[in-house]
Design a binder for this molecule. Structure first.
Ligand code: NAD
Length: 429
């Protein structure tokens, strides 16, 4: 089957999944793995869907749908976040799970790829309701997750508290004599409950390490530069605070509440305080509210999408006024958007590379739990920096050698690694 027909055959009805497959196929055309490897990687191994009832604070029951998609585990246990968001669909979680497989392979993290989610209006629920949703979802996933089998982590709408509830529920469902060993069933836990130093900021820190490599390669100075952010949650806010400490200035932010802009600079600490009290960036007194298109067209050196997928389409890409897009979010750029960026000479550090810091430090957390160790922050940052730098240069070397874009190169490095394992192990039976 030609790659054209093959990609058509895999169309799923989900724009995000189809975008992922089209991006993957470009790398497949470079690496040229055997047909059966292409087929295996084109769909997840397991798709678990659970419908479960949860009592609301008013005593009434609501039925929720939850997903855990296990894309591939040839490189190690399934690994990937849990998303609580009203737009969660099977297609979205499938794409996110697949991206995890390639991200781990690119970074040489010995995990496979998975992702989960619950379709829920996160902001409409109390903490008590979220706790019940988390515990019932974890219960219904049962043995489909496990410390050496499939290890969830935080994603959009979930955090260290949600991970601790998942861990506690899982521990209470399993062998009491071996409770401590169950801690690593999730990563991204709070420090007190077995988390790792540096995990909270890890994805944002990794975004900044990736920017530093790009800056060194391009003779660009971060000190004195400007950046804009979509999403001011875990990834966006930490990236912003680390970049501002390096002397860069935040000039515009968009989130689910609106957009704000101040070309003189937005104080990251004050914006964080505003978001904590008001629930989002809208109305921040240190900047002016603006439209979403004004946000995207803000003049800046670096644009960091750190919210949801498929945000930078052709229209957005044609008004962007930056040198570099760094994908803190997974899948933020559409195929058309990417082509416009390439045509306009806007560089891109793709999601597989840019936001890998989270899974790298999740891996460190899992190893620390397994060995009953607690590493110091400096050691964690150094190890993370090393792995980000190594992957960045492997991606760039492939891109130069094969004259392709960074995304194709990042996927290709990952596919080559996975392909060599399939070649050595063969397919059972
Ligand atoms: P989060 O829940 O902490 O923050 C999400 C942010 O996105 C919030 O600021 C929210 O306001 C904003 N947002 C939501 N809907 C939006 C919309 N329609 N328009 C604009 N902004 C919107 O989530 P996070 O953990 O920071 O994740 C953000 C992205 O980074 C996701 O794509 C996620 O998959 C990816 N990512 C997260 C991690 C991690 O460790 N948390 C790791 C790798 C990748």
């Amino acid at each position: 089957m030609s790659s054209q027909t093959q990609s058509e055959a895999f169309e799923s009805g989900s724009d995000f999944f189809d975008t992922h497959i089209a991006q993957l196929n470009r790398a497949m055309d470079k690496v040229k793995p055997p047909e059966h490897v292409r087929l295996i990687l084109a769909e997840p191994k397991n798709e678990i869907i659970v419908n479960f009832p949860v009592m609301m604070d008013n005593g009434k029951y609501k039925l929720f749908t939850g997903y855990r998609i296990q894309h591939n585990n040839i490189m190690g246990p399934y690994k990937g976040g849990i998303r609580f968001h009203h737009d969660v669909t099977l297609g979205e979680v499938k794409a996110l799970a697949a991206i995890m497989t390639y991200k781990c392979a690119l970074l040489e993290v010995p995990f496979g790829g998975a992702k989960g989610g619950v379709t829920i209006y996160r902001h409409q629920h109390s903490d008590a309701e979220i706790q019940r949703v988390t515990r019932r979802f974890t219960h219904d996933l049962g043995n489909n997750i496990g410390p050496d089998y499939d290890i969830p982590a935080p994603d959009v709408g979930t955090n260290s508290q949600v991970m601790v509830w998942m861990m506690d529920t899982f521990m209470n469902m399993h062998n009491q004599s071996d409770k401590n060993a169950q801690r690593r069933v999730v990563t991204g836990k709070s420090l007190a409950s077995g988390g790792s130093r540096g995990r909270e900021k890890a994805t944002g820190q990794g975004v900044v390490y990736a920017i530093q490599e790009w800056a060194d390669e391009n003779g660009f100075r971060i000190d004195g530069s400007t950046f804009a952010l979509q999403g001011f949650g875990n990834v966006g806010s930490h990236a912003a605070s680390i970049l501002s400490k390096l002397g860069a200035t935040l000039v515009a932010v968009n989130d689910h509440t609106g957009s704000v802009k101040n070309m003189e600079g937005i104080n990251v600490r004050k914006l964080s305080e505003h978001c904590r009290s008001e629930g989002g960036v809208a109305g921040y007194p240190g900047a002016e509210d603006c439209s979403k298109m004004e946000f995207w067209s803000s003049e800046c050196d670096i644009m960091i999408p750190a919210a949801l997928e498929l945000q930078i389409d052709a229209e957005v890409a044609s008004v962007m006024n930056c040198k570099l897009v760094v994908e803190g979010a997974n899948g933020p750029t559409t195929l058309d958007g990417e082509q416009v960026m390439i045509d306009r000479g806007i560089d891109c550090i793709p999601d597989l590379m840019a936001n890998a810091g989270g899974v790298v430090v999740s891996y460190f957390e899992w190893v620390q739990n397994k060995r009953s160790e607690a590493w110091q922050l400096q050691e964690i940052d150094e190890r993370l920096h090393f792995m980000m730098r190594r992957a960045y240069h492997e991606m760039r070397a492939f891109a130069r050698e094969h004259e392709c874009d960074n995304r194709t190169a990042a996927y290709a490095v990952a596919v080559s690694r996975i392909n060599s394992v399939y070649n050595e192990r063969g397919i059972f039976p």
